[in-house]
Write a new protein. Structure first.
Ligand SMILES: Cc1cc2nc3c(=O)[nH]c(=O)nc-3n(C[C@H](O)[C@H](O)[C@H](O)COP(=O)(O)O)c2cc1C
Length: 192
């Protein structure tokens, strides 16, 4: 291994892959969808999820206006949908009609859930945090959607390939993954 050390953090793909998602939002008759790799589980009690959105993005206005968002996770077959949601601003086009993105009804919030998701979190914004050029929205998860055929405590990656994004235009599909159970106390490793 040849490790580089540098104080230059311009374009830093080193922490990827990320399970890329589509965040949907809706406000005053407008709705939008955006590709989002910056998302994280913020808290267990209450269940909180966070998304990091560029402060100049159209999505930022809609989430701030409505106080709601939905995080949608799609199988790898939908990779071009993710790329499409990250290709244009909803200020200029209706990405749902331009890219034939079909939606279904949410349970609690007003932002749509994408058809084809294997999981989605409906969130109500509890707080927002300005961080550099971005805004992080911390959302209380008020409803979840999931495909019970691909979850058994955890996502069954032998049944479903998530969309792993490696930054820029590069994605990875984990075909035939090997899955392990690692006991955190005994430090034993068992292939499942
Ligand atoms: C795979 C992927 C991941 C992305 N992740 C983010 C992200 O986490 N946050 C963000 O603000 N933009 C992200 N982008 C860029 C936005 O999706 C893109 O700028 C989008 O067109 C903005 O849409 P909007 O103006 O309609 O909100 C990502 C793009 C791609 C393709």
């Amino acid at each position: 291994m040849k490790r580089i050390k540098t104080e230059e953090a311009k374009g830093f793909p080193f922490h990827y892959p990320s399970n890329a998602s589509v965040v949907t939002s809706a406000h005053e008759g407008k709705r939008n969808c955006i590709a989002v790799s910056r998302h994280a589980w913020f808290a267990f009690k209450p269940p909180m999820y966070g998304v990091g959105i560029g402060s100049n993005k159209h999505t930022c206005e809609l989430i701030r206006g409505s106080g709601e968002f939905v995080v949608n996770w799609l199988p790898f077959d939908w990779v071009t949908t993710i790329a499409a949601c990250g290709s244009k601003s909803g200020r200029d086009v209706d990405k749902f009609s331009e890219f034939d993105i079909e939606t279904s009804d949410p349970l609690v919030v007003s932002a749509p859930v994408l058809n084809g998701v294997y999981a989605a979190y409906e969130c109500r914004v509890e707080s927002e945090h300005s961080v550099g050029d971005s805004t992080w929205f911390a959302g209380h998860i008020v409803a979840v959607h999931y495909d019970e055929e691909v979850f058994d405590e955890t996502l069954q990656m032998k049944k479903l390939n998530p969309i792993l994004w490696l930054s820029r235009e590069t994605y990875a599909k984990a075909d035939n993954p090997r899955i392990f159970r690692v006991d955190r106390r005994a430090l034993t490793v068992e292939e499942m």
